[in-house]
Design a protein around this ligand. Structure first.
Ligand SMILES: NC(=O)c1ccc[n+]([C@@H]2O[C@H](COP(=O)([O-])OP(=O)(O)OC[C@H]3O[C@@H](n4cnc5c(N)ncnc54)[C@H](O)[C@@H]3O)[C@@H](O)[C@H]2O)c1
Length: 331
């Protein structure tokens, strides 16, 4: 199989290297609007040959899109027109109407689209899903989630990101659906700029909180920050009538106990998403090759991306209007 990678920044390079190691993949073709970068990645990583986007689309069996978010919708449309199985990093777009257009085009074209919600391939999140499904958790009372970045993105990233909920928390909203099997029906969200004034300039926040009501009656609660002095903290605690478990609390969790004899901050705490989800990124590429080979349907569809984005949009509305927002308001 010949696989094209469009956009070879941080994520594209990671995916290109993984693809190069998969037996079913005979060759990898790279493209980037920054042609020097594509050549550099091809040379450094030994990760494939370089082509224009047009030539790539005409010559490959499947496509991985890891370009800047603002390019995703047009690129998915092009892949759908070409009838190519496609993997795309989140988001499709940060706007619901154009996301829905992409969902419809993908459906009409009949291509498989796999979205890059890598937490679905993380061993901890998968175990949590199993424990909910097999009844071990029992009645699920509350899901407590933390999404804490180690440091804010550079300022150029902020205006096109869609804001903290659409850019970052969208992963938590997808994971919540994946693990619990429940849909979010109502949110109350708030947020503020507490430390990084650059977010204020774009109407964004550096810290947010969300209370969620789920379709099965359970509650969710999320904290999201753009700064954590100890590292990258992605956690999900599930508290139910049968068990209390936590995803993301391993030896590298960037958190210290202040109890006597408690756990100190680890010296090798997760520093970034590349460290925390290295295995999951590899697993999602292996899954995509199976999807492209026709061995399985997409494990994370365009519709899944749309549902997670609807929750993020509801959070923005709730924060702006200081009120709970029902999901049916977000058509
Ligand atoms: N799943 C995750 O955990 C995760 C983590 C980080 C980023 N992302 C997503 O991955 C995508 C890429 O993020 P990144 O951190 O690798 O960014 P990056 O800035 O490191 O790389 C993006 C690359 O895309 C190229 N590019 C931009 N527009 C293009 C186009 N039209 N055609 C071809 N190349 C183009 C840029 O030149 C750049 O090299 C974003 O959509 C982001 O939301 C996902």
């Amino acid at each position: 199989m010949r696989v094209g990678v469009i956009g070879v920044g941080r994520m594209g390079q990671t995916h290109a290297v993984t693809l190069g190691s998969i037996a079913d993949v005979d060759s990898v073709v790279l493209t980037d609007v920054d042609a020097d970068r594509a050549e550099q990645v091809a040379a450094d990583a030994g990760a494939g040959t370089v082509a224009t986007t047009e030539d790539l689309l005409a010559s490959v069996d499947a496509v991985v899109i890891a370009a800047a978010s603002s390019a995703h919708a047009d690129l998915i449309h092009a892949c759908a027109d070409a009838g190519l199985p496609t993997f795309c990093e989140k988001p499709i777009t940060t706007d619901l109407a154009s996301t829905a257009e992409v969902v419809e085009h993908v459906r009409r074209a009949g291509i498989q689209l796999q979205m890059g919600f890598q937490r679905r391939f993380d061993a901890g999140f998968s175990s949590a899903r199993d424990l909910v499904a097999d009844g071990t958790i029992g009645t699920l009372y509350v899901v407590r989630m933390a999404g804490h970045d180690p440091a804010p993105p550079h300022e150029d990233y902020i205006p096109a990101s869609g804001g903290i909920f659409r850019d970052f928390s969208v992963h938590d909203f997808d994971a919540l659906r994946f693990v619990t099997g429940q849909e979010t029906v109502e949110v109350y969200a708030d947020g503020a700029v507490l430390n990084f004034p650059q977010f204020e300039r774009y109407g964004d926040v550096d810290t947010g909180v969300v209370a969620l009501r789920l379709s099965g009656g359970s509650f969710g609660i999320l904290s999201v920050t753009r700064h954590d002095p100890l590292g990258y903290d992605i956690r999900m605690e599930l508290l139910g009538s049968g068990d209390s478990v936590v995803v993301g609390w391993d030896d590298r969790l960037p958190l210290r106990s202040i109890e006597s004899g408690g756990r100190p901050a680890p010296a090798d705490a997760y520093a970034n998403f590349q460290q925390r989800f290295a295995e999951a990124y590899r697993a999602e590429m292996h899954a995509f090759v199976d999807v492209a080979a026709g061995r399985r349907p997409s494990p994370c569809t365009a519709e899944d991306a749309l549902e997670a984005m609807r929750v993020a949009v509801a959070c923005d509305r709730s924060r702006e209007e200081h009120r709970p927002v029902r999901l049916e308001e977000v058509a």
